[in-house]
Design a protein around this ligand. Sequence first.
Ligand code: ZN
Length: 373
Amino acid sequence: MQERALEILRGLGAVPAVPFHEHGPARYIEAFLRGLSIDARRDHYGNIIAHYATGEDTSRPPIAFVAHMDHPGFEVIEVEGDRAVARALGAVPAASLVKPTSVLIVPPGGEPVPARTRPVDSQAPQGPDRRCVLVRPLSQVRLTPSMPVVFDLPSFEMRGETIHMRALDDLAGCAAILAALERVAAEEVRANLYAVFTRAEEVGLIGARLLASSEELPRETTIVSVESSPVIPGVVQGDGPVIRTGDAMSTFDDDAEQALRGAAARLRERDGGFRAQRRLMSGGVCEATAFAARGYRVTGIAFPLGNYHNATTRLTDPDGGVGAEYIERSDFAGGVDLIAEAAVGSVTGDASSGPLLAEVPNETRDRLKTTDG
Ligand SMILES: [Zn+2]
């Protein structure tokens, strides 16, 4: 089961993507959904929306799992002979703007071409903003404006129990949703769930904001953002996926979170080894905030992430370096379990908010009444 989820993650990692250039992962995801015979459509902006509803009880609100298909990178904006100026899209590591960096230029439909960047001379004319680099391919390629450029980092690599990838944020989210969906479909469990794959998250939650402001998802849908988020104090890689109570911008909903807490409790009951953490992941903003702003009930799942947005440690170097992101395999597997279980809970009613705390026993109540401390 775990192997299957990793296989999906590997498949997604093989197709580079930056904001506005998500066709690689999008094609993979659409083919995958077709293989499961699950209805999927694109909205006006290219966000992918799949709906799985079997034995649907329409009195219960659906649950939607949302992940984004892009990752910070660059885009060619100007070609000057055999080199190009490329502009950063999303929060690329500071090091990549000031130090020569190995990258891949991705020609349309072609094999990625290794290239090297160097910082733009501060005296030279700049692009529309200062976050630009010069890119020189190491072999022959016809450069054209708007070609995406990604870091030359492993697209998928297991090192012991740790997964290293150029773009775990947020391909781990996309893969976890697909793996859970495949399990739900194979077992033909009753569920009413949406799987949503958005575009251009890294440049300001754009796809999610446009989707949230349309009527594409029913207003009563519980939204679960599935993300990778930087490790912060109190969060431990390997201690399980994080049930995310908020992000850098907003606090999420308790009744939405109950869908995840309930699922985690049921998993723990069945398998004593299941672990999850619960935390406000303030290291970044996620798409739940975009949906919350439009009145949806939101919560989140986060994989504790190392080398967030490919920025390596700054301990030894003020600018840091550029490296693969990493998460623990067990956190990823736990996230798949949590999504699948929460999906089932969406129709069995286990997701509804029960009383948070049991009644106070009479004996204890009476003790307070009859004593004064
Ligand atoms: Zn992300």
